[in-house]
Design a protein around this ligand. Sequence first.
Ligand SMILES: C=C(C[SeH])C(=O)N1CCC[C@H]1C(=O)O
Ligand SMILES: [Zn+2]
Length: 597
Amino acid sequence: DLEASEQEGREYIMHLDKMAGARKNRASLAEWAYTSNITEENEEKRIQVQLELSKQEKQAWEETKMYRWQDFQDFSLRRMFKKYSQLGVSALPDDKYKLLMQCVSGMESNYATSKICDYKNATKCDLALEPDITEIFAKSQDPEELKHAWLQWHDAAGAPARHNFTQYVQLENEAAKLNGFKDVAELWQSEYEVSDFEEQLAKLWEDVKPLYQQLHAYVRKRLRDKYGENIVSARGPIPAHLLGNMWAQTWNNIESFTRPYPDKKEIDITKAMKEQNYTPLKMFQMSDEFFRSLNLTAMPEKFWKNSIIEKPTDREIVCHASAWDFYDGEDFRIKQCTTVDYEYFQTTHHEMGHIQYFLQYKHQPVVFRDGANPGFHEAVGDTIALSVSSPKHLRRVGLISGDAEDEQTEINQLYKMGIDKIVFLPFAYTLDLFRYGVFRGQTRAEDYNCHYWRLRDALQGVEPPAPRSERDFDAAAKYHVSADVEYARYYVSFIIQFQFHRALCQLAGEYVPEDLTKKLVDCDIYQSVNAGNALANMLKMGSSKPWPDAMEALTGQREMRADGLLEYFRPLYDWLQAENQRTGEYIGWEPSKIQYC
Ligand SMILES: C=C(C[SeH])C(=O)N1CCC[C@H]1C(=O)O
Ligand SMILES: [Zn+2]
């Protein structure tokens, strides 16, 4: 048959792209209907729509093979064809595709509806992750209560997912192979379009590890001072249930009793928010106002109408925060179970960052309406939140009252940022190193839990509160494992957001290297149209170019590097080294003595 010309190819792919937009709109609506009202009927409908759409995708995929797009002259046209030549899980035969959808849906609804019993009242068993268990981890300083909540949650949300997960691994790997990949690990890493992605992750970890070890040692000392050495050892990992978060992925809930200079004025943002009668809506309006102050796009009217920003009382929903693009250029939504506190103030900016990215690239062909790589999409909101969480900005909006800036206050501030941003890295790295091993067959189902804890012990220096076995499956007690969401994107985000922040701060005139009156830690880009325009120019690109081009457009660098993060936390690193020297705290940790293999 005649080789279709490049012009025919262009007409074909633009038509295909329009059809893909309508398909993705239908898929998003069915997904939204299910995750915002978890019922058998809505689950059935969602799977039905996914099945129908996968047939249409397969049909379109067959047609793209008619074109020798690899020889086309136009870069964008070649890139569009390349992306459409990847079918994803739709490459599976219908029966296996349906089974895979059922496995993931089963894990996700188990996670979303899991409940545990109250520590003091064993007959009250309606405690949900949000807000109940999250509140226990934010407030309780009773190791036994925290251990109870940790164990019950892992029993309810982790172990029951093991069978579905094992089947999901098998089917996802089959789909990956049908797309020409060895396994899902390779498929996931192909999203980053570099041949040495895993080596880059390892290199970044080597760069940050010394800083993490110093912070880990300092926190272990403070927790041992508080709970005693029978609960927190001098040289071992930190028990995971004492760090203020179910997964020990962010430690900001223990800041009040571990911060370096406790006699400095308390800066409790959550308390101030409550005292000032903040509501979830006000949090969203403040975030929207920040983005508009940068000359970025306001949330459209449908956003305010269709979003779900508080947990409904009349039905079960997936509470894990999410941002949605309905691919029609008008309908964009957030679904989250907001509570009025500092953590959700951050999350609101995180999700609004996703929506801003959707708005900035909505003119792109559907196939380019994506982050430059998955990490970029996770970094936008967090980058804005780095300005919002600066003392300068919090003072501007009245969430902290004036306090003379001095060395000790700055160390307290960097500590507060560090127990959020530095400690997250080994957690994120562990989660996908674990799953890479599973998808590659290096970790068999009978070793899931042992390998998961070996990695968390070795990389994060945390240990479970009690012995674990293969009757458990603790990895699935984390949303992203139960919901089939890749996690290296957050590891990448927590690195590159500091490269973005530094570049934006320079553009805003808020940061001047070597100028002590313009320090990175004090930077707040609020109202800087200059910074906002540069950010918008990068976001508008979507995934139309390889991500080094997007990174270069904003930062002048073409690779992800830890230098932004290390520069930001430099004063804290120096302080921690001196402090751990002073107390003689052991740096690093010996293997856990808890039985988990
Ligand atoms: C807020 C979201 C939705 Se994209 C999220 O999953 N995050 C944001 C930070 C890390 C990760 C998590 O909660 O584990
Ligand atoms: Zn996100």
